[in-house]
Design a protein around this ligand. Structure first.
Ligand code: NAD
Length: 489
């Protein structure tokens, strides 16, 4: 288990002191070609926090309608520059253009969802009470919120925190992933072009060191994080003695996809391939473990393998259009290759080998490995196109196997009866539980978050409105009216 290489292990140790001063420049490279695509200075954390603090009172005092209007204008700017944004995402992450376009659509959809969610979940309420006047419930922004973004959806996922945070009246310092600073910078430019003041929404290019400095800064009021569990845990630990700071953690998963009785093998196989290999498996919601009923094993795996064999992996602008791109960099590809070899060397049986056609680039084929015979299956998130298969005898065993993880982001059941789905829904531990749907692409019209190491009970999506503002209860009367009825001489 110790030798299994995961992306998590690359995360800086939580106790390490930030050393941003040593890293003054940051560069990002196109995974598909290795060509440099962005270079710039890392952010000056003290300066950014000071500006954000100064801008906060004026921004928070704006009418809500003004802030909503500005995020709607942001959506218009995204529409105008949709092609450029999609191309930047595709080049910087390596994902195919069709998928980068889908990410841009998600950025757009998130704006109206966030407006609706704010009105619904954070609306002003008055509860009349004859004796005590009025009880009013209103919401206030926290102040300066830090948004830390991951590389895999470098526009949509930060946007899913930035937009609700701005609507609620917070000022935002956004640190994009060090692997996607160009996308981060473009997203911020579109917000500024829409009229969001520069000091209200600032970008801090940088890596883990800048992330650590922002998290530890006394001048911030909260951290909205999307990334790996190890980083999330280190942020949580750093702020453990600061209950006054808001911490929302959206982390990874080791997501199970259970296949039970179904006559629709072709559809089941398509759902498996979409769930495991979209974005080259670089989705928090990707299916990592395929749990299959004994009697379904042979026919299902034959279909899944045949379909995975047809998957085209290539560069974003290739023709014919690839299904998936490379993983984010050669280090990630090396780690995934090592992990696959580890599984093979410890009782795994390859159904489809992990192939890396060019050692100098991070392109990996989809890979499928049966790990049923492994004595000690490592419960880690392998953030790439590796699907592990476990064969089970009965439904209780399937649920137990699905729950055999410290994570709890998504679990899905393919096939089965409505009664079996009910049992699955009740028994499985995850923030998203699907039936006959892929594990990926959760709708942001609902909560998006997980249990266990996948989050800290602050799901994003529609529910981001809940933690971007805090409720204030006020007992109110136009005139003082009081009398003491007991205990007086
Ligand atoms: P990561 O944890 O390496 O980095 C995320 C962000 O945190 C980056 O901006 C990074 O610079 C910063 N960071 C790194 N170390 C830090 C530290 N010690 N203190 C403060 N900030 C620090 O994640 P990644 O590799 O960019 O993204 C992939 C991971 O994100 C996967 O684990 C995936 O499952 C997860 N993810 C989760 C969701 C979700 O909604 N739950 C969505 C997408 C991705």
């Amino acid at each position: 288990m110790e030798r299994l290489s995961t992306r998590d292990e690359a995360v800086a140790s939580p106790g390490a002191l930030p050393r941003a001063a040593a890293v003054r420049e940051l560069a990002s490279y196109e995974p598909a070609t290795g060509v440099e695509m962005w270079r710039g200075r890392v952010g000056d954390v003290d300066d950014l926090v000071e500006r954000a603090r100064r801008a906060f009172p004026t921004w928070a005092a704006q009418p809500l309608s003004t802030r909503m209007e500005l995020v709607r204008r942001f959506a218009n700017e995204v529409r105008k520059d949709a092609e450029a944004l999609a191309a930047t995402i595709a080049r910087e992450t390596g994902k195919p253009m069709w998928e980068a376009h889908a990410e841009v659509e998600s950025v757009l959809a998130k704006v109206e969802i966030s407006i609706r969610a704010y009105a619904d979940r954070t609306s002003q309420r008055k509860l009349d009470s004859a004796l005590q006047g009025t009880m009013a419930v209103r919401h206030k922004p926290h102040g300066v919120l830090v948004v830390l973004g991951p590389f895999n959806m470098p526009a949509h996922l930060p946007g899913a925190h930035i937009v609700p945070a701005l609507i609620a009246g917070n000022t935002v310092i956004f640190k994009p992933s060090e692997k996607a600073p160009a996308t981060g910078e473009l997203l911020a430019r579109l917000l500024h072009r829409a009229g969001v003041p520069a000091a209200v929404m600032q970008v801090c290019p940088g890596g883990p060191a800048e992330g650590q400095m922002l998290v530890a800064h006394d001048g911030i009021d909260g951290v909205l994080f999307t990334g790996s569990a190890n980083t999330g845990i280190s942020i949580n630990r750093k702020l453990a003695a600061r209950p006054d700071k808001l911490v929302a953690l959206e982390m990874g998963g080791n997501n199970p996809l259970v296949v039970w009785d179904t006559p629709k093998l072709t559809d089941a196989a398509a759902i498996v391939v979409q769930s495991a290999f979209a974005s080259a498996g670089q989705r928090c919601t990707a299916a990592r473990r395929l749990i299959v009923k004994d009697s379904m094993y042979e026919p299902l795996l034959a279909e899944v393998k045949a379909l995975a064999d047809r998957v085209i992996f290539g560069a974003p602008f290739d023709s014919p259009t690839p299904f998936m791109g490379p993983v984010i960099d050669t280090m990630a590809a090396d780690g995934l290759t090592e992990s696959f070899l580890y599984l093979l060397g410890h009782g795994g049986r390859a159904i489809k080998h992990l192939v890396r056609p060019d050692e100098s680039l991070p392109f990996l084929s989809p890979a499928i490995i049966d790990v049923t015979a492994m004595a000690d299956r490592p419960d880690v998130e392998l953030f790439g196109p590796i699907l592990q298969v476990v064969r089970v005898g009965d439904f209780d065993e399937a649920i137990a196997e699905a729950n055999a993880t410290r994570f709890g982001l998504v679990a899905a059941l393919i096939g089965g009866t409505p009664q079996e789905y009910n049992r699955f829904w009740g028994g499985v531990r995850a923030g998203i539980v699907n039936w006959n749907r892929p594990t990926i692409s959760p709708s942001h019209a609902g909560p998006v978050g997980g249990t266990g190491l996948s989050g800290n009970h602050r799901p994003t999506g529609y529910y981001a409105a809940d933690y971007c503002a805090y409720p204030v209860a006020s007992g109110e009367m136009e005139q003082p009216r009081a009398a003491i009825g007991v205990g007086l001489r």
